[in-house]
Design a protein around this ligand. Structure first.
Ligand code: KMH
Ligand code: ZN
Length: 274
């Protein structure tokens, strides 16, 4: 059976403790949640961090503490840091996790390749900013995951490859169902998957109630999956997930008989992460 890489998006920038008491906030809470997700079948954790009061942050110090704690508890997990941060952050703020070295250096980081409506707000990614982040990732030797919230973002990734800022093949994440961006539907995944360059890989992150249905379609179509409280807080209608680990466990169930779950070392090879 073809291996399935599961990413757990543990925190995000938008989910609040008011929405769910299970959202991890401190580095210790995030690391414990990462370990639970690793045990449930995740090989990658997508990381944001929060200030002690819950505000979204891209603080290098908070990322350092979080990643070091994760490496203590789950040494083989692939740590993928956000460079999107929260809407309204500037590029230097967003790029802070890319400066980390030693044990705290992330294995991978997100690279959103276009500006997009994000609910009532705008997630601002003009080309000079995207190039700047791509250059910083390249200089740090950190593998990008191309975040596509809309179809043209694949084309922009190809432009960056032409400019020598991104190596092909590359790993994509199709984020589907953000209000104002590309909707979560099977035809969107089929189209996006048909557009990525030869040898590239993709993950699908469905937002809100679309998370598990989109994961199921991606499993069927040979893609990988991202689940977790960043994108969806419910295990089923009206039932809060007690953590991202429950959503990881659900993804494992969805894959039963169709895909085998990749361990982190295999995920590293599949997604070309050094
Ligand atoms: N919080 C969103 C505005 C990423 O992690 O790179 C951006 C985001 C994408 O979450
Ligand atoms: Zn994120």
């Amino acid at each position: 059976m073809k291996p399935l890489v599961i990413t757990a998006a543990l925190v995000g920038a938008e989910t609040t403790r008011e929405q769910t008491p299970y959202l991890p906030i401190t580095p210790e809470e995030i690391a414990l949640e990462a370990k639970r997700c690793r045990d449930a079948g995740a090989s990658i954790v997508h990381l944001h961090v929060r200030e002690p009061d819950g505000r979204p942050s891209q603080s290098a110090a908070l990322f350092r503490e979080t990643i070091e704690r994760i490496r203590d508890l789950a040494p083989d997990l692939i740590c993928q840091t956000s460079t999107g941060g929260a809407v309204g952050m500037d590029v230097d703020e967003r790029a802070q996790p890319l400066t980390l070295e030693g044990r705290a250096r992330p294995d991978m980081a997100t690279l959103s390749t276009g500006t997009v409506n994000f609910g009532d707000e705008v997630f601002w990614n003009p080309l000079p900013l995207v190039r700047d982040l791509a250059r910083r990732m390249r200089a740090a030797g950190i593998a990008p995951e191309i975040e596509c919230f809309d179809v043209g973002m694949i084309d922009t990734a190809l432009l960056l490859a032409k400019e020598g800022l991104v190596d092909l093949p590359v790993h994509f994440d199709f984020v589907l169902g953000v209000p104002g961006a590309l909707a979560a539907k099977r035809s969107a995944i089929e189209y996006l998957a048909s557009e990525i360059p030869e040898g590239s890989t993709f993950t699908v992150a469905g937002v809100g109630r679309h998370q598990l249905p989109m994961a199921e379609i991606s499993i069927e179509l040979g893609g990988h999956v991202r689940v977790g409280l960043e994108d969806n807080i419910y295990l089923s209608k009206g039932v809060l997930a007690k953590g991202s680990y429950e959503l990881v466990a659900r993804a494992v169930e969805l894959a039963a008989g169709k895909r085998r779950i990749a361990e982190p070392d295999e995920a590293r090879r599949l997604l070309r992460i050094s």
